[in-house]
Design a protein around this ligand. Structure first.
Ligand code: HEM
Ligand code: NAG
Ligand code: NAG
Ligand code: NAG
Ligand code: NAG
Length: 327
């Protein structure tokens, strides 16, 4: 009898432990995740990132974009960093990767962190931190990055094509694609503000200039003066020229992106589309009117939210030794 009761208590304890540990794994991410296992890792990441970006400032923007692409495909699991192999085409080789750059920054940061504490810090966490540090370096906001992601073992080109929103996406497509990742319309308009930095190749928007509906026409929602200026930079078929996404301010993380969008100077249809919904439009107009009163705070919040999409935690996935390869 007594032993039966003890057994019952034991089972209860075990169940409690399982539930609690499962809960911890499921919740997973926390700001001081490496406090004991790799103290000081954040400053190693920050210093290495700062050193490399100060040598090549145009890498800051693609590193932010890389984190976004990582999170939208299979969750933030470092899958975007994996190289293709003889029998697998990785996300890197999908068309939207065209301008993904800065993989060498991630690799360099990883190797500095590995020197300090081998096999402890995931590539997915490193990417999330580097993206934050890149934004902060361009005078953008700073936020605490919840950590504890683990690295995935799969990277698939077709998934990248399916899950990444296309530049010609309309507001309903964009809303649906963000919603499928647990992000709402506010996150959509706020995170689109990432287009305050960086450059684009011509193909994502040349149709708007030359062949919008297939009849040699121009996108009527785009400021004609901006169309004319872009036509000078991008001839039809040009796939190498780089254009500033937020002209005049593409090296600074600020709220000026919203001024462009409001003036019908959003570069992609996806930027322009933010004017076609009451809620996203209201956000754009309000940031313009207030000089970006809440943009930094909102961006930090939505980045933390994006950084939690589909993460692997606990015993799932692995801690890659090299970010371009599974162990
Ligand atoms: C809303 C859906 C989005 C679409 C359709 C989109 C599309 C694009 C496209 C087509 C480019 C240009 C790529 C090229 O060089 O050809 C680009 C660049 C960029 N995107 Fe987005 N994007 C979206 C959301 C985001 C988000 C959420 C972020 C980050 C928070 C982001 C950050 C960036 C950055 C920083 C660049 C510049 C990259 C560079 O300078 O190389 N984008 N985006
Ligand atoms: C991974 O592939 C890229 C090209 O996509 C190449 O530049 C890089 O050297 C490869 N990384 C490693 C570690 O082999
Ligand atoms: C948005 O784009 C999708 C996919 O191209 C299309 O099916 C849908 O009709 C479009 N919606 C609107 C409101 O234009
Ligand atoms: C414009 O688009 C139409 C339909 O997609 C296509 O048939 C035509 O070749 C395009 N014209 C140019 C100049 O690209
Ligand atoms: C950086 C990178 O891996 N770029 C690849 C993107 O995809 C194209 C093919 O679509 C490859 O040729 C690039 O090497």
């Amino acid at each position: 009898m007594a032993s039966q009761r003890n057994y019952g208590v034991l089972v209860l304890h075990m169940m409690f432990f399982l539930v609690v540990s499962h809960y911890c794994y499921a919740q997973g991410l926390k700001a001081n995740f490496y406090k004991k296992t790799c103290p000081g890792m954040e400053s190693v990441v920050q210093k290495t990132t700062a050193r490399l970006i100060s040598k090549a400032p145009t890498l800051a923007a693609p590193l932010l974009r890389m984190h976004f692409h990582d999170c939208f495909v299979r969750g933030c699991d470092g899958s975007v960093l994996l190289n293709s192999t003889s029998n697998n085409q990785a996300e890197k080789d999908a068309i939207p990767n065209l301008s993904l750059r800065g993989f060498q920054v991630i690799d360099a940061v990883k190797s500095e962190v590995e020197k300090k504490c081998p096999g402890v810090v995931s590539c997915a966490d490193i990417l999330a931190l580097v993206a934050r540090d890149a934004v902060t370096m361009l005078n953008g906001p700073f936020w605490k990055v919840p950590l504890g992601r683990r690295d995935g073992r799969v990277s698939n080109m077709l998934e990248a094509l399916n899950d990444l929103p296309p530049p010609f996406g309309n507001i309903s497509t964009l809303t649906t694609m963000f919603a499928s990742k647990g992000l709402n319309k506010k996150d959509l308009v706020v995170l689109s503000g990432g287009h305050t930095i960086g450059t684009s190749h011509c193909p994502p928007f040349t149709d708007r200039l030359y062949n919008f509906t297939g009849r040699g026409d121009t996108d009527p929602t785009m400021d004609p003066k901006y169309v004319a200026a872009l036509k000078k930079k991008c001839r039809p078929g040009d796939s190498t020229t780089l254009v500033e996404i937020n002209p005049g301010s593409f090296k600074t993380f600020d709220e000026k992106y919203f001024t462009d969008v409001a003036k019908r100077r959003g570069l992609f249809q996806s930027d322009a589309a933010l004017l076609n919904d009451k809620q996203t439009r209201r956000y754009v107009v309000r940031q313009v009117a207030t000089g970006g009163a809440t943009f930094f705070k909102d961006f930090a919040k939505s980045m933390v939210k994006m950084g939690k999409i589909g993460v692997l935690t606990g015993k799932n996935g692995e801690i890659r030794k090299q970010c371009a390869f599974v162990n």
